[in-house]
Design a protein around this ligand. Structure first.
Ligand code: GDP
Length: 295
């Protein structure tokens, strides 16, 4: 994960760590390298620039030049700032409802169905939760089937109504079914399309308005770099979701989405997907991610 970015940041900071004496000039040079590494990792230029400016101000404020171990102080400042940029604290999912309704959104192929299964499994393993998965992709029978396969594999019930073309009606029926059958979490997997379009946005916002979910999650493929951030922005403008799920972080991802999504949409990343298997799900901890990025 983020190997390229980690290597570049390591070499940027290495120069500084190796220096006998630290000067304002080599701090500036180091931060320029850091900025370049972030931009290469698909972090938006403006965000990268603000990032290094903040680190620079903090470095000067903390008298980095006269610090006992200036190199280490710089690494710490970069790490703290990365943590802040990615949201600071880990953010939980609202499970206060009975049932708690969780609406999944995102483009086709982002990993929505897979993540719906992973989340159901994650909650089921907590013992106090009995999730119900709901198949609301009314356009693709294969997607409904895919959710049934996942549900069967996990021992989680899947609600679907093949032939019904109304995702609002299906969602409402599923919530009623959950109440009758003691499910305390309802996870609604919706239809995605290959690109943001009006029909998809209208459909997902109609479901959102009609069922008032406790939690609306936006799922995005981290491999898509800056597009991931742009798509997040387009969804957020219409849907006002509560959190982001960043999938496929096990792939050769550059890191830009993880680093910049929070500051662009002001919504936290809540979970990450790290593989195709149902247990490849992790809570997103900004500080742990910053540690991983900086090695
Ligand atoms: P949907 O169209 O949004 O429902 O996307 P799917 O859940 O069908 O996922 C699309 C593809 O991405 C499938 O082949 C999944 O196995 C794969 N996928 C989903 N999440 C991850 C992940 O975290 N890591 C990897 N490597 N593959 C994933």
């Amino acid at each position: 994960m983020f190997d390229n970015l980690s290597d570049k940041l390591d070499s940027a900071l290495h120069v500084l760590k190796g220096h006998g004496q630290i000067t304002e000039v080599n701090v500036a040079e180091t931060l320029k390298e850091v900025r370049r590494a972030l931009v290469d990792a698909d972090v938006n230029y403006k965000i990268a620039k603000e990032f290094t400016n903040t680190v620079k101000e903090k470095a000067l404020g903390q008298d980095v030049l006269t610090a006992l171990k200036p190199g280490q102080l710089m690494v710490k400042l970069v790490k703290d700032e990365l943590t802040d940029l990615m949201g600071g604290e880990a953010a939980g999912v609202n499970l206060s409802g009975d049932p708690s309704v969780i609406l999944m959104s995102g483009l086709q192929g982002s990993g929505k169905t897979t993540f719906s299964g992973k989340l159901a499994n994650y909650l089921k393993n907590k013992k106090t939760k009995k999730p119900l998965l709901v198949a609301c992709d009314v356009y693709r029978p294969a997607a409904i089937n895919q959710l049934h396969v996942v549900g069967e594999q996990l021992g989680v019930e899947v609600f679907s109504d093949e032939g019904n073309q109304d995702p609002v009606a299906i969602s409402k029926a599923a919530i009623a079914h959950a109440k009758e059958n003691g499910h305390n979490v309802v996870i609604i997997d919706t239809a995605g399309r290959l690109a943001v379009d009006e029909a998809m946005m209208t459909e997902i916002s109609n479901i959102h308005t009609a069922i008032e979910p406790h939690e609306t999650l936006f799922v995005v493929d981290s491999m898509t770099g800056q597009d991931a951030v742009n798509t997040a922005k387009a969804f957020n403008d219409r849907l006002d979701f509560d959190g982001v799920i960043l999938t496929k972080l096990d792939g050769d991802t550059r890191g830009g989405a993880a680093i910049s999504i929070k500051s662009v949409v002001n919504k936290p990343i809540k979970f990450i997907g790290t593989g195709e298997k149902m247990d490849a799900i992790d809570v997103f901890y900004p500080s742990r991610m910053a540690d991983r990025i900086l090695g």
